[in-house]
Ligand binder design. Sequence first.
Ligand code: ADP
Length: 190
Amino acid sequence: MLNIVLFGPPGAGKGTQSEKIIEKYGLTHISTGDLFRKHLGEGTELGKMAKSFMDAGNLVPDEVVIGMVDDKIKSTADSAGFIFDGFPRTVPQAEALDKLLTDKGHPISGMIALEVPEEELKKRIKERAKTSGRVDDQDEAKIDNRIRVYQEETMPVANYYQEQRKFSPIHGVGSIDEIFMAISAVMDAY
Ligand code: ADP
C-alpha cells in the first residue's frame, strides 16, 4: 500500500499532479479543500462552518478537518492507497493522520513536496481565479494571507516528515509532464 502526502503552498500544482498520480498508481484522492468545497456546495452544517475560514484564507480548525478525513478513510473500501492533498496542514493534523494510518497498519510512505517561488504561485492563482469561481482566489490580500498561513502554520509539517526521513522535495516549475516524471521517480523508489 502506497500512502502519499502531496505537499506545497497554494498554487503549487497539487491538484494537477494528483490527477496524474491517481491515473498511474490507482490511489484514492483525499483533498481536504475539495471535500470542504463539496460540503459548501451541498449546504451541509460542516460546509457552513468551514465557509468563513475558507473565504478569508484561514485554516479550518484541526478537529473538524481530522474528523472529516477520518470519515473519508473509513468509508473507502479496499484501496491501493491514499494520496493526501492539502492535508496535513498543521503538525497536530500530521500526528492525527499517523495515528489513523497506524491503526490501519499502513503508515505514510512519504511526503512529496512541490517547491515553487512565491511570485510564480501568485501568478498561477490569479490565472486560476479567472475560471475557478473560488472566493479565496479572487483578491490579492486573501492570496497573501494564504501564503502567510502556509509559511507560519503549514511549513513545520515538512520538518515533521523530514525527521521521519520521509521527505522528498521536487522542483515544481516546468511542464506538467516534467514535474510528473520527477514525482513518479520518487514514488517508484518507495
Ligand atoms: P489551496 O489552493 O489554497 O491549497 P485548498 O483547496 O487546498 O487550497 O484549500 C482551500 C481552503 O480550505 C484553505 O485555505 C482552508 O481554509 C481550507 N482547508 C483545506 N484543507 C485544510 C486543512 N487540512 N486544514 C485546515 N483548513 C483546510
